[in-house]
Design a protein around this ligand. Sequence first.
Ligand SMILES: Cc1cc2nc3c(=O)[nH]c(=O)nc-3n(C[C@H](O)[C@H](O)[C@H](O)COP(=O)(O)OP(=O)(O)OC[C@H]3O[C@@H](n4cnc5c(N)ncnc54)[C@H](O)[C@@H]3O)c2cc1C
Length: 568
Amino acid sequence: MHQPSMSPRPSIYYNYKVHSPWLSESTTATGNPRRQVVIVGNGPAGMVTALELARHGVRSLILTSECQFTQGSRAIVFTRRSLEILQQVGVADRLMQMGLPWRFGQSFFRGQRVFRMEAPKSDDDRFWPMLNIQQQYLEEFLHEACMATGMIEVRWGNQVVGVNQSADSVNLKVDTPSGNYELQADWLVAADGGRSAIRSLMGLGMEGTSYQGQYVIADIRVDLPFPTERLAFFDPDWNRGNTVLMHKEPHGIWRVDYQLPKGESPEEALLPERLKARIDAQLAMIGYPGIAWELDWSSVYSARTLTLPSYSLGRVQFVGDAAHLLPIFGVRGANTAFQDAQSLGWHLAWVCRGLAGASLLTNFSSERVGAAREIIEEAGKSVRFMTPPSIGHEWVRNAVLSLSLTEAFVRPLYHWRTSRPHEYTHSSLNASDDQNARFTTGPAHGAMALNVRLSDDSHLLDHLGGGFDLLWFSKHPVPDEVLRELAMWREKNWPIQVVAISHEKSPVTGADVSLCDYHGRARTIYGVDSDSAAYLLRPDQHVCGRWQDLHVPSLAKVLRQIAQEPNP
Ligand SMILES: Cc1cc2nc3c(=O)[nH]c(=O)nc-3n(C[C@H](O)[C@H](O)[C@H](O)COP(=O)(O)OP(=O)(O)OC[C@H]3O[C@@H](n4cnc5c(N)ncnc54)[C@H](O)[C@@H]3O)c2cc1C
């Protein structure tokens, strides 16, 4: 029988609440009905998938083996794109209130500052490039948002121990503190993390590489007067040949992240006296010898770049760490999980609601596997720089590091790329006969919609994402033939709205939402050069068609393509 820990996890800044487990005998009272969607995992990927499904009108049941949120801070750096996704599910404001925003990074080599990274932030961005906040708070805010929908049920302390699927259902065996029960669902979302039981139970292998380097992560409470920036120390005196990273977190906590010397085991590295000596040495190196500090949590991780080759296997869909394991340099774990969840949320909702054929899910899989492969390619470079896997890589890295003391041109090599949204350039949902090629700028096929600050100080993305959005860049009425086409899709229950953007304050006839862009910033950013231009955005805010002169047959064709309907 599964016995999750019922003692609150230790922490010096976070009060863990222990939730009551849901027991197998409750199935008698509820009748244990078949569910449309069951999500295994209550981490960032599982909860954002549930919230996205709810936003698109689909109920779900989350099963989670634990009775508390994650142990330790884990993911602490969230990107602007993640905040845009979290804004859609209603938790970005709470994160912004508590989190620490930043956009600069400093890299030091042997005590000398060699590179200052600056992530851009313009008036058009609602969010900072990065926000630091511990994963427990993120999970708490997501859980509260899930409860507020009234469409998501969570069963704490429910561990999935068996799974098999047929053509029309998935059958689960669930272990609880009072015994097992069986559960049937139309669809299963595997969001059960890096050690995914669903992945193992289905016998699925991952492709990619596991690197040798291992890293200690320690969260300490210490009073340091530094601003919120990413601090990277290459080849420091106390840890020669290795790298140390430091990040500030809310509540006076700092993350210290350093590489283990070759041959040292994780158990040895986490011995209290060894941990203390190394953190003392790091604090002394940054100018605070002997400063008092207190340990909150420590762990060891290794860099892996692994992905399943497909995230959609019949009625089982994979998201987050269950689907891929990515190194945390470049803050890719949770930030990639949000993009998976946002993508699966609308693809699966469209299938569940009968708005599109089940083959739409192969698009989810190919887009997100493509994203993971691109991330793996980039992340592999960062890992090889941080932890050279061979003598050859070590020579190149050492040459770069030494040269950087005198030569400015090599210093940008210190700037490893951070997580960013993937562009679905080759998506099967992109329009095949729109006027993408007539644009010289603006977000192209598969790219993310760009944010723009509007005349009333709101931002364009604040107004989007309930379903499909047709951005109409004109003060002229939306043409009748466009409205007739959209009415047909609305009759089929497709959520689709027309958002007019013009320099006028008055509403545009036929538009559901009219936005004033007095100075024409949106027109410039979207590369619009006519008075009848339009962009079609998917529910995840990626572009799937654009026209300088909106052409209705071409709009109708791309919508049929997304619905997986044959063209007449
Ligand atoms: C030490 C560390 C530091 C990290 N730092 C960063 C960072 O700075 N930035 C970043 O973006 N990412 C970071 N990550 C990665 C990040 O924490 C993960 O990528 C993220 O949590 C993945 O979310 P997930 O929802 O896919 O999985 P998880 O958060 O692992 O959630 C898995 C869920 O599944 C449940 N579960 C597991 N098995 C079962 C089962 N059999 N039945 C029922 N439920 C089950 C668990 O209880 C849990 O609720 C870090 C990770 C670690 C370990």
